[in-house]
Design a protein around this ligand. Sequence first.
Ligand code: DGJ
Length: 743
Amino acid sequence: MSILFYEKTKIFHLCNQEFSYIMMVLPNGHMGQLYCGARVHEKEDFSYLFERMHRPMTACVFDEDDTFSLEHTRQEYGVYGTTDFRHPAVEILQENGSRLLDFKYQGHKIVAGKPSLPGLPATYVEDDKEAETLIVTLKDRVTDVSLELLYTIFAKGGILARSARFVNGGAQSVQLTRAMSFCLDLPDAEYEWMQFSGAWARERHLKVRRLEQGIQAVDSLRGNSSHEHNPFIVLKRPTADENQGEVMGFSLIYSGNFLAQAQVDTHDMTRVLLGIHPFGFSWKLEAREEFVTPEAVMVYSKEGLGGMSRVYHKLYQKRLARGYWRDKERPILNNNWEATYFDFTQERLVELAKKAKECGVELFVLDDGWFGERSSDFAGLGDWVANTTRLPKGITGLAEQIEALGMKFGLWFEPEMVNQDSDLYRAHPDWILKTPDRHASLGRHQHVLDFSRREVVDAIYKMMAKILREAKVSYIKWDMNRSITECYSSAYKADRQGEIFHRYILGVYDLYERLTSEFPEVLFESCASGGGRFDPGLLYYAPQGWASDDSDAIERLKIQYGTSYVYPISSIGSHVSVVPNHQVFRNTPLHTRANVAYFGTFGYELDLNKLTEEEVTQVKAQISFMKEHRHLIQFGDFYRLSSPFEKNITAWMVVSEDKTEAIVGWYKVLNGVNMPYSRLKLQGLSEDMVYQITVDGQELSGNYYGDELMHIGLLTSDGSAGELPHGVRTCGDFDSRIYVLKA
Ligand code: DGJ
């Protein structure tokens, strides 16, 4: 990996074995983009890539050179209105009303490793040799605002992390009204655009379409990254697929309002923008104040979507997630939510826990309803003290009982919220986000606390820390069950109201930071009505997240498959729940529910006492299977084999680093009769190793070379009746198999 600067040509070349990123200082002092893609040789002069031509009539030119128009120039951090008409990366409202900017190159420095971003989650290094960072400083002469563009290239993988830092060096205040984290101008538009969208209970469904002239975008204006769209997009060449071809992922390490956009101009140049959503955003910079954008991470891969995903998985698992749990197998848990909802007593919980222990569960989680006057979702949020009618010995007593059973104890919180019917609200009705003289809308009967205020975060921290200090709590599920409306903070002046959405998220990060540093061994799982805030920002604090409130195995195929494009398997909260399923009322076999949930953190979201003896035996076997294989599943290399967005069959697999072990998950939605023969081509194995295979615990006769399994495929045919090639049982609807391969 190296970052090179050629003084004569004013060219920067960031590169490692797989990737090159080349920029130059343009004749007007702005930063120009020359190339982003597969590694090319180092050389001094790439200035021929600064293409320009005289475009008669329409182009406005910068100075007298009629070939130099910013509109037709690829830039690093575009500004609007000085011959460029595309959506810009930055906009600053100045005291005289102007929004024009002219950021000119001042200098740069190259530092080993990667600086952290104050108050913000970001990727990191453990050794300075893992990455190098280029900081380019530019300045706008009129406002005296300086801009630092930060670029980190990692030693391995086509990874580029970017952020921007603004410092107001002038005497007058300015308003930053747009400050994107990432701006990339590409020379063509031969791409397919992929987004991961949905709604509550059907998050991160893959949508693909051809990139076209005009603007395509996904965003969130809900105060969280949202169920609706994930802060992640992919541009792939139309011929690229899972295993080959050029793809570029763009992921924003942020949990609030975001915009991810591609604008293709009429000359087919593509501008990608990623960052805090400019709508409604402004940030006042008084003299000498600074603003740092969140980080965005681009991954370039020549090895298709699978190659890109595996780079993100390792990066986010090892160099975004942190702390005690980062590299550890995740405990198998039993959560009481779908078993009891609000209807529980201490005795009932202990009954659930005893059965969980008997089955091999390691962590018992008490969900919503344990605090204040919370007997329904109308009351109690904000009062983080145990309800002693339900839990006579409080959380301390319950945790002790669970620990005495030989399990760890986990607890649910929704720290950012308050019900009107709560002591906290009665004492501080002004602590909610609310616009003066206007109605404050409710969501799930609750208001959003004003986390832009330090004293509010302090108060919640005190209540949570007290419980964590007193009781043996090993896990926290941190929920967030509504979007933000009427966003306004009475603690800030009018000219700072555009900052509140971002300040709110900074408050959330601050609380996470305080709790995770004080209680480093507590495992945090993020949640927002399921997957409403499943984003890289929270992965920095909570190495796993509840992927969706939809726990139906068939629905989960799409949700988990979509999630896997960027997020590691160790981060995907996935549980077995009861049938008929509580969200879609579907009946799926118990083995399929487990076979899907294995590919995540794994746990149960049901009352194990209500299962038949035979089912309990199955659950015990599932738990011991997961204990045996979870390291491979959660930390191995993940390959998508067959997409639920295209086919009736979903399949994926994980392979160990040394390729001696692999596990394949194979899922059939609906059964057919008298169906064609079928094969599944595996991935990631060693061509030369010979593998022994078991299907659902039953050994297949014969041994198979890796090349056979990858090029010919694994036979998966299942006739509607009769003997199968390998003696595998026939399938029904919603059926599945797990294949375990050992070299
Ligand atoms: C929404 C979560 O996603 C559920 O798992 C559960 O914790 C409920 N909130 C509790 O209110």
